[in-house]
Design a protein around this ligand. Structure first.
Ligand SMILES: C[S@@+](CC[C@H](N)C(=O)[O-])C[C@H]1O[C@@H](n2cnc3c(N)ncnc32)[C@H](O)[C@@H]1O
Length: 280
């Protein structure tokens, strides 16, 4: 989003959301694990390469706000052990259980008593640092990171479709949802430009993308995984929001696609903010 759009969005967003309770239903977490974007290996490799600049060890990576694990599992082929931590029981319940070097736990980003001080090589957070207490999470990261270890915060901007007509439908939905996002979500829309890492040796990358294809059902599943969808439906029991979103998208696909084709190309712009803890 542009800076102007971020400012406009901020004016409409909520200050009252309890950010630890946005993912408490199993339905929403199942939709999350099935339909949210999959990070590609470019992201995991970019972070791992940055880790290696100051620390050859890749023993332990900890991913806080891990959700059902899409930001966690890509590290498993690089690290001896990987741990995902999330405050939501339903998100953790939907994380994979069959990866031998990966473990998921329910917990807070700023309280990790089960992790020894100075034992972590990578402390990261995908699409979630905006929801966490910043000062306290940075302090806990600093406690658990070894000297030369890496902190990495990453995420993706709002979904974009390749065709402007489809984008218009996505934009309309997005504006409808704005009052239901917590104010802190503007940090994501602004690619964490207002976040300063506690370490001076840091790097920002905005050159990576998730490029994919989506069909109508996947679009609706994605919408159902979003907090504003859940909050809007609670506030408006008289509205069949899923039906409304389906109708809008079906109509535009009928205009721009060949008959019967409900797929469209999409992209998510990614961003990473990563820093090295001083020392060796
Ligand atoms: C948008 S999801 C991101 C999930 C996943 N990392 C991804 O990249 O798709 C944000 C997650 O942060 C979790 N969360 C929010 N506040 C948290 C906190 N203080 N500590 C740990 N997890 C938290 C939420 O429960 C939710 O699962």
């Amino acid at each position: 989003m542009s800076q102007t759009e971020v400012a406009q969005a901020k004016a409409m967003m909520s200050t009252t959301v309890d950010k630890t309770k946005m993912y408490v239903s199993l339905d929403q977490s199942q939709a999350y694990s099935e339909f949210r974007p999959r990070y590609n290996d470019d992201l995991f490799r970019a972070i791992v390469d940055f880790c290696k600049e100051t620390n050859p060890n890749l023993n332990l990576a900890v991913d806080v706000g891990c959700g059902p694990g899409m930001s966690t599992i890509g590290f498993c082929k690089y690290f001896k052990k990987v741990m995902g931590v999330d405050v939501s029981e339903t998100q953790v319940a939907c994380a994979p259980k069959d990866i031998p070097n990966c473990e998921f736990k329910v917990g807070y980003s700023d309280k990790l008593p089960f992790i020894k001080s100075g034992s972590v090589d990578l402390f990261c957070s995908g699409e979630s640092f905006n929801l966490m207490p910043h000062k306290e999470t940075f302090a806990e990261a600093d406690r658990v990171l070894r000297p030369g270890g890496t902190i990495a915060l990453f995420g993706y901007d709002v979904l974009r479709a390749d065709k402007p007509e489809i984008n218009e439908v996505i934009q309309k939905m997005f504006v409808k949802f704005l009052p239901y996002w917590p104010k802190e979500s503007t940090l994501i829309f602004d690619k964490f430009r207002d976040i300063t890492l506690p370490y001076s040796d840091y790097k920002r990358r905005e050159d990576l993308k998730i490029v994919d294809k989506m069909n109508l059902e996947q679009y609706l599943g994605l919408m159902k995984s979003l907090w504003p969808f859940v909050a809007y439906c609670k506030d408006h029991p008289e509205v069949d929001l899923a039906k409304e979103l389906r109708t809008d998208m079906t109509n535009v696909l009928a205009k721009v696609n060949k008959p019967g084709d409900t797929t469209f190309d999409i992209a998510w712009d990614m961003f990473i903010l990563m820093g090295h803890k001083p020392g060796k």
